[in-house]
Ligand binder design. Structure first.
Ligand code: FAD
Ligand code: DLZ
Length: 517
């Protein structure tokens, strides 16, 4: 007899550990533990999402015929750690092997590697075949390459999966990537699909009460709570996205609008990352909509690229480069985060909107994460580790394997260009072009320096000046440095003084990563 340890983000009946086990003899072990609930200050909604989805999945397993040994967070004797719960379960059952699908995060894998010796039991760790690209496959792809750009990796994933490729392995429509069609700014009079809201059932209600009681000081609003908690509801959310938002997903992928939290984005990442939705199946559904003529190619290709391209790529990179990746800090940025990242209290309308909805929903879409909160933190010189800790805590879809490369690599340029060919640094102009935030802002985007000027403007040039030794040799930054050099000392001084005055006036989060280090 074996234990099958199913982790909180492995909620799939097709999990490799379940497929390798005997339903009539083996016991599934699931445990809510304080270690996993507190390694960062998770958003309250994220905690509720994970615990409620775990409890519903335990029921789904039982209905499918499995015996499930489930430990709730408040159960008497709960040891607080996964290792402790396995150790206790070994005493309850006569078991000779613990089988599990590999965890997503490096820290947990490192811990599990020590279990055979610590627990005196056989531990069998299986590959996670919910991903298309195995660790070996990614290593082979990366081996010997000077640059690890996602685009080339993505083409291989298209060919491997057969998604949007013809019989000769050529891309549907003649192009691999339709990103240049996907940069429209949104107008407030566009029809916006509303997200389906799933009323909490009795199981979820119980979890909400527990999170309210046990984690009162964590970041974020717990209620109202409308996330799906079961596979059935997550599939309903997918159906809703395909029917209502996918057709315009591409056009408005980079847009931001005041009062619109997700525009045409899917908000499916929490369900995909938990295991409630299968990523390949999600892509097949999108491609089927294209084949039926219900969604255009630029939307479907863009959506598929996010999942079999970016999602697989960041996971491959994470496992290729960890554990050193987490400590990389190419730009030597050392500040803690501004305190307003935890309160949303700032006069900058774009940051207020992105952080405000993050607090309410544990969600912001990609451009808000990359070009608003990410861009600001990089320009302000925040430590990539402090920024990483924030993103890992505040989003409902955040697990280190996907969050860290996106944050440290893509948004903070902390890996010095492994992921991105240049920093995603932008002044207020970008935000003004892609959103309507600037018209609601106390700061003026057209004013470059001094009182009332959009802080992104001076921070942008200050960032370039501060980091010129590291960045000016980057061929993609040549034009920006040429502009900076043409500006003249007086103008340059105004930008730098303006940036300094703004940063000096901010309150910093002394509790964040750098301050604790
Ligand atoms: P959509 O825009 O509808 O995209 C569809 C799906 O594609 C998503 O559900 C997701 O599964 C996948 N996807 C899209 N972009 C990416 C990407 N860059 N990397 C991996 N998968 C992607 N994504 C997470 O899942 N967890 C994180 O913790 C996370 N942290 C991020 C931190 C930063 C600083 C940045 C810039 C991006 C981060 N992302 C993260 C990627 C992306 O922002 C989210 O996947 C996306 O916003 C989720 O919303 P959605 O489901 O509406 O996505
Ligand atoms: C995110 C999370 C949380 C909050 N709680 C638990 C838990 O109590 N038990 C569990 O098995 N998993 C939890 N998880 C998910 C794990 O943190 C996740 O499996 C690892 O981070 C690996 O990706």
């Amino acid at each position: 007899m074996s234990f099958v340890l199913v982790l909180g983000d492995q909620l799939s009946l097709n999990l490799s550990s379940l497929k390798a086990s005997d339903q009539s003899a083996d016991v599934v072990l699931m445990a809510e533990v304080m270690d996993e609930a507190s390694y960062v200050r998770h958003h309250k909604k994220k905690l509720a999402l994970v615990f409620a989805a775990m409890r519903h999945f335990a029921d789904e397993l039982r209905e499918a015929g499995w015996t499930v040994d489930y430990m709730q967070l408040d159960d008497e004797g709960n040891s607080g750690s996964l290792k402790g719960e396995v150790e206790r379960a070994l005493k309850r059952h006569d078991v000779d092997c613990i089988r599990l699908t590999e965890p997503g995060e490096w820290r947990l894998k490192a811990d599990i590697d020590g279990w055979p010796e610590a627990l005196g039991a056989k531990v069998e760790v299986l590959e996670d075949d919910r991903f298309i690209c195995s660790h070996d496959r990614f290593r082979r792809w990366a081996d010997g390459r000077k640059s690890l750009r996602m685009e080339y990796f993505y083409r291989e994933m298209r060919r491997d999966t057969g998604l949007l490729v013809d019989d000769d392995g050529e891309p549907e429509g003649g192009q691999w990537n339709y990103d240049h069609d996907n940069r429209k700014a949104a107008a407030p009079d566009l029809f916006m699909p509303r997200l389906p809201v799933f009323e909490p059932d009795a199981i979820t209600r119980e979890v909400l009460d527990m999170v309210a009681e046990r984690f009162p000081d964590n970041f974020g609003d717990l209620e109202p709570f409308g996330y799906a908690e079961t596979r059935k509801d997550a599939e309903a959310a997918l159906d809703h996205f395909i029917a209502n938002a996918l057709p315009r997903f591409g056009d408005y992928q980079d847009a931001m609008l005041e009062g619109e939290d997700h525009l045409y984005h899917s908000v499916l990442s929490p369900y995909i990352n938990l295991g409630l939705l299968d990523p390949l199946e999600v892509c097949r559904r999108a491609v089927a909509a294209y084949e039926k003529g219900d969604a255009p190619l630029n939307a479907v290709e863009g959506f598929v690229r996010q999942i079999i391209g970016w999602r697989e790529y960041v996971r491959g990179l994470y496992w290729l480069k960890m554990p050193d990746y987490r400590d990389m800090n190419f730009l030597g940025a050392e500040r803690p985060l501004p305190a307003f990242y935890w309160t949303g209290e700032t006069d900058m309308a774009c940051l207020k909107a992105a952080i405000g909805q993050t607090k309410r929903l544990a969600y912001a879409h990609h451009i808000q994460r990359l070009m608003v909160t990410g861009n600001f933190a990089m320009l302000a010189g925040c430590s990539p580790q402090a920024v990483h800790e924030w993103y890992l805590a505040v989003y409902g879809d955040a697990y280190e394997w996907v969050e860290l490369p996106n944050t440290l690599g893509m948004s903070q340029f902390g890996d010095g260009g492994l992921m991105a060919s240049k920093p995603y640094a932008a002044s207020g102009n970008y935000i003004s072009k892609m959103s309507d935030h600037c018209s609601n802002c106390r700061y003026s985007v057209s004013k470059k320096t001094g009182e009332g000027a959009c802080p992104f403007n001076s921070l942008y040039w200050d960032f370039l000046a501060r980091n010129d030794d590291k960045l000016k040799g980057n061929p993609r930054m040549g034009q920006m440095y040429a502009t900076w050099n043409r500006m003249g000392a007086d103008k340059q001084g105004e930008y730098r003084d303006s940036a300094k005055a703004f940063l000096d006036g901010l309150e910093w989060d002394e509790g964040s990563w750098t301050a604790n280090a």
